[in-house]
Design a protein around this ligand. Sequence first.
Ligand code: AMP
Length: 448
Amino acid sequence: MESFSSFKISKQLQYAIEDLGYENPTPIQSQSFPVIQSGKDMVGIAQTGTGKTFAYMLPILQGLTFSNQLQPRVLVIVPTRELVIQVVEEIEKFAKYMTVRVIGVYGGVNINRQKEAVSLGTDIIVATPGRLYDLVLSRALQLKSVKKLVIDEVDVMLDLGFRFQLINIFELLPSRRQNVMFSATMTADVNELIHDFFQAPSTISVAVSGTPLDNISQYCYSVPNFYTKANLLKHLLQDSEVFRKTLVFVSNKKSADLLFEELESYFTTEVAVIHSNKTQNYRIRSIENFNEEKTRILVTTDIMARGLDLNLISHVINFDTPAFPENYMHRIGRTGRAEQEGTSLLFSTIAEQPTKEAIEELMGIEIPIIEMPSEIEISKKLTYDEQPKLKEGYNPIKDGGEGKGFHEKKDKNNKVNKGGSYKRIIKKKYKKPKTKGDKNFNKRNKNK
Ligand code: AMP
């Protein structure tokens, strides 16, 4: 195993590692160090508990020279206030023997104290997106010196609807910077963000810890559509002795709600659903009930399930086939823990066949197909997403004769990205001195 000494790090960081009692780097730390140190963009697929905070902070701290400039050179964006506090505390421990200034800012508390703290200068700022943006708009903070951007828990951030806020922040950063992001799960949204804003990033994915695949029996049902899948699921779940504690995965909130509706009419209080649009209290209660075996069936999205400590799950049902094979590994790893045997069932449509094959390739094994019981009703009903989308028929005026446009596109329709579009939108939106610093703004306008 690699040791920290092969990293070539400063004495100060070595002493901090000794104090923390870390003996060897974790896999995500070993793999991220050379990439982040090289200055390349990086995407890390790793869950909490893998040592990811130190994985990005170690190379960043190693490269951070002493400075007393006011504006931060390192920006770490995280989704929640709790995580800001935790990350700041960790950085303080890592940088114990260095002269590094770090500040955490988050919403829900008075902004003025944070403005004051920021005005004294910092090297590293750890922030939630909304508060960071407010601080910049109020001119308390400038991001022009940021050389390294880290976004942690991107999947959670996008699931909470922060995409637009992240893009706004990107616009305020210098274009020459290093981007590092961490996500526990890969989702279509995360993939899109990487594609749009990262430059040829290296992707590092750490193996899912814990469950050996040998403990999990895996099977697949070939099922034509959502509602037939729901019929099959209802049929299987009737056997409450076999399906003692079942976690049902779907890829998004919409499907989670739709499926929950279907199941609730059958299983009433035996079933619950969690996803990020449910209130925190509701989620906590649902998880507690499931853990105490008051509910037997829990429907969840990939993002919500991450980080949950759920023990002794008898079955994982993959109601859809995850588009990113790693998510399948995360899902099935919820069962077969602590030497217990677990079962995973995959429901796959023909359209999902290529993703099923990608999963099999990753695992190096084929998932055996079992026949659907003959009594399952094949539904003809399709969800909105399953319905074939109507294509407009051939229209000679719109499409032009022989497939060619018969006039040039008007200038305004020739979409060329001139860059800075968000800046323009923001400028328009905030052109008045809406800055919270202008105390007389309202007074002046009242008198008009
Ligand atoms: P994280 O994934 O960043 O939330 O880290 C999870 C926990 O692992 C934290 O409590 C860290 O202090 C700890 N940790 C990080 N790196 C190491 C390491 N190399 N050896 C032992 N523990 C570590």
